[in-house]
Write a protein that binds this ligand. Structure first.
Ligand code: B12
Ligand code: SF4
Ligand code: SF4
Length: 317
């Protein structure tokens, strides 16, 4: 970096933010706060046009977002979107002398901690130049794509350069002026034009070649994030992760460079696996087991993790 480069970084908060993000391997963009109104209209318009199953919309989308900026910020001028690479986890469950690997998809591992850290970093940098950032619960893919940071895959996941779909996204309201508006209309990856791999791999037909968006009500992730029994129509073979589903990511050629981003551990002993399959309450588990579970930080309620584990292991034992 030359002296001129350094002084430019120091003068322009957005350049400074991007430089800090890039140094960590993250990508960052800022859109005018008014774009949130447009995203909201798009989502509500799609709902009014019947694009979503109504039960699915009520459960997953109707109350998922806080469209208004927090009063504590004063005037919200921009929304800052950040994405960072994340790895999947490969847990091991011992059952009768066998070791069975079970995946935790990227973005579920240390879900809360990673998201909070991203916003805290942005806030810290902005405070050094007299501005602030406050976490935003908004449609993060739509904002990342609109900010020009990512493109949609046919599977509806956002793909980022060098991270593919293995990216955790965070958004924050800020009083920083957005500067030049980078907004882009949503576009699909070029790789998708001649590819249907995710459509074929999806165990429930949730991805369609006929329409965007996803049939979310059919997605295994939706089914295993929510309480209750799995529907009768869901084949046992559809379960492939402790929570979520990896089929449309592991088969995606656009993810070939990141498919190996998997971290091992922890290992659950025969006895620990037995207790989890029996859905023994957390209070009755050993501190060591709880530490392993809590280390995952998946945001999932204990009973649901036990239910999902039983469904994944059912095909193995
Ligand atoms: C609801 C939700 C779900 C639902 C619904 C998924 C969905 N596609 O909406 C369920 C439970 C099924 C789900 C599943 C998963 N999710 Co989710 N989910 C969310 C949540 C809370 C909201 C997403 C949302 O805005 N949905 C509304 C839809 C309509 O928005 P959209 O997909 O952006 O749709 C836009 C496009 O369709 C576009 N559009 C319309 N027409 C057209 C036409 C074309 C050609 C194009 C290109 C676009 C386009 O307009 C729509 C509206 O803006 C976000 C968190 C957040 N706050 O954003 C996480 C989030 C999107 N999920 C995430 C992840 C990781 C997943 C899973 C991959 C997890 C897993 N491995 O199991 C799966 C993937 C399933 C899939 N194939 O999409 C990540 C995304 C990371 C990334 N790189 O994209 C997020 C951001 C959470 C996080 N951890 O940070 N999820
Ligand atoms: S599997 Fe193929 S069609 Fe699906 S998102 Fe990846 S590149 Fe696109
Ligand atoms: S996460 Fe699984 S069920 Fe959901 S769309 Fe992808 S492959 Fe289909």
């Amino acid at each position: 970096m030359t002296c001129d480069d350094v002084s430019m970084v120091l003068e322009d908060p957005q350049t400074l933010l991007r430089a800090v993000a890039a140094a960590r391997g993250w990508v960052l963009g800022a859109v005018p706060a008014a774009r949130v109104v447009e995203v909201r209209r798009g989502l509500e318009g799609a709902h009014a046009a019947g694009s979503f199953d109504s039960d699915f919309y009520d459960l997953e989308l109707a109350d998922a977002f806080h469209w208004e900026p927090p009063a504590e910020l004063g005037e919200a001028r921009s929304v800052i979107v950040v994405a960072r690479p994340v790895t999947a986890g490969r847990l091991v469950f011992r059952v009768g002398g066998r070791t069975i690997p079970v995946v935790v998809p990227p973005t579920y591992r240390r879900f809360r901690a990673v998201g909070q850290e991203m916003v805290a970093q942005v806030d810290q940098v902005l405070r050094s130049v007299g501005h602030r950032a406050v976490a935003a619960e908004l449609p993060k893919k739509a904002l990342a794509v609109g900010a020009g940071l990512a493109r949609y895959g046919r599977n509806n996941i956002a793909y980022f350069p060098r991270m593919g779909s293995y990216a955790q996204i965070a958004a924050a309201w800020s009083d920083l002026p957005a500067g030049e508006d980078p907004w882009r209309q949503p576009a699909m990856l070029e790789d998708c034009a001649a590819c249907r791999a995710c459509v074929v791999a999806c165990p429930t037909g949730a991805i369609s070649t006929e329409r965007f968006p996803l049939h979310g009500e059919l997605c295994v992730t939706h089914l295993n994030e929510w309480p209750g029994s799995f529907p009768d129509w869901l084949p046992g073979s559809a379960h492939n992760a402790l929570v979520g589903c990896m089929r449309c990511q592991t088969t995606c050629p656009a993810d070939k460079d990141v498919a190996g981003w998997v971290e091992d551990g922890p290992v659950f002993s025969d006895e620990e696996t037995r207790l989890l399959l029996a859905a023994v309450p957390r209070e009755e588990l050993a501190a060591e087991t709880l530490a392993k579970l809590d280390g995952l930080d998946t945001f999932m309620e204990h009973g649901l993790l036990c239910r999902n584990l039983a469904a994944v292991l059912a095909g193995e034992i």
